[in-house]
Design a protein around this ligand. Structure first.
Ligand code: TXA
Ligand code: MG
Length: 344
């Protein structure tokens, strides 16, 4: 299949391309589109056949439900029932933005979207291109991250081309994603409310609006007995081809460990300023040690870029700080590494 590339720099000047993307979605086709978090693989959420194709193209397990994207919080009650007031407060404060809410679904949402659950994940993305395409299509857009299942999520159009080029009808290029990690997911369908996946909106920010929430215990630990409540969180995830190993500790000890044990075919993902300590052929910095926002923005693209050199192992530095957005960075790194952490 030929994949159309639709470059959108300005939603007014490039209105025709947005109209094309919306028309394809309405016609049951798959279109990748930019959001502020990561690129999504979009389809009309009300079209069961189109949604089914998302799973096929991504190689996604059928028990892993999708997020529907809406253009306005007003649409929440068209697709969800028993919506608690907390959902309105969160939408008011954080939408459009990187927050996904799990709510009880109405029957208009096909079972394929929710993987048979009676809840559905909803979010209103903070990206002018995504919002415009949803509006023009006139339907909610179901969109998982636009990567092959298990690989790092795409944060620029080129990543989508390399994972899904030739397999989908169009890719809308809206530049690099501002946040770089997937949205925070909060389950509002049960009490107490629980954060199932950390992201750009932090637990601290959420608690200011709706009070205490629980953090799913699997976020930072290898789940043995604990069963993750977001089905997707149980799969190996966010991982490049290379094995990922986390080096935790200070710069000098981490570099010493690497220089003694790293071997020929190893690459390093480090903090800004650490490059000179590591005796590595391939090394890339993904942000200052204390700058979680920069790390979030650069983590997936950094893993993808290092992976292109086909290393056997990528040693990655992990932030000490797991508060705020640092929690999301740590969560994604731990999962990419299969919880393989070396304390140096
Ligand atoms: O930022 C994002 O959320 C991106 C962009 C494209 O919006 N989307 C994204 O989708 O990350 P995906 O499919 O890669 O991740 C969705 C996660 C999965 O872990 C899935 O299991 C969980 O959301 N999820 C979806 N519906 C759910 C539900 N009803 N109950 C619990 N978890 C759900
Ligand atoms: Mg994903």
């Amino acid at each position: 299949m030929k994949t159309e590339l639709l470059l959108v720099k300005d939603i007014k000047k490039d209105a025709e391309k947005l109209a094309r993307a919306a028309e394809l979605i309405k016609g049951g086709q798959l279109v990748a589109l930019p959001t502020e978090t990561v690129y999504g693989l979009g389809a009309n959420a009300l079209d069961e056949a189109a949604v089914k194709r998302i799973y096929q193209v991504k190689g996604r397990p059928l028990d892993n439900p999708l997020i529907i994207h809406i253009a306005d919080a007003m649409q929440l009650r068209e697709y969800c029932r028993d919506v608690p007031p907390e959902a309105d407060w969160l939408a008011e404060r954080f939408w459009p933005g990187p927050l996904t809410m799990i709510l009880r679904k109405k029957s208009i949402i096909p079972d394929f979207v929710s993987a048979g659950l009676d809840t559905v994940a909803v979010r209103c993305p903070d990206h002018p291109v995504a919002l415009e395409i949803i509006r023009l299509a006139g339907v909610p857009i179901a969109a998982p991250s636009a990567n092959i299942s298990g690989s790092p999520s795409p944060t620029e159009a080129g990543h989508v081309v390399s994972d899904l080029g030739g397999k989908i009808r169009a890719i809308v290029d809206g530049g690099r994603c501002r946040v770089g990690l997937e949205s925070t997911i909060i389950d509002l369908s049960v009490k107490p409310f629980a954060i199932l996946r950390p992201g750009g909106i932090t637990p601290e920010q959420i608690e200011k609006v709706i009070g205490p929430v629980i953090l799913d215990s699997v976020l930072l630990s290898a789940f043995k007995e604990d069963k993750p409540r977001a089905p997707g969180m149980k799969y190996r995830h966010y991982a490049p081809r290379a094995q990922v190993v986390i080096l935790r500790g200070n710069t000098v000890d981490a570099a010493r460990y690497f220089n003694e044990n790293g071997g020929e075919n190893a690459a390093v993902l480090c903090f800004d300023g650490e490059e000179k300590f590591f005796d590595a052929g391939r090394i890339l910095a993904y942000g200052k040690e204390g700058d979680s926002a920069a790390q979030a923005r650069n983590l997936f693209s950094g893993l993808r870029e290092l992976d292109r050199g086909r290393p056997a192992v990528i040693y990655a530095r992990m932030p000490k700080e797991t508060k705020g957005v640092g929690l999301a960075v740590a969560n994604r790194l731990l999962k990419a590494a299969g919880f393989n952490v070396i304390e140096v």
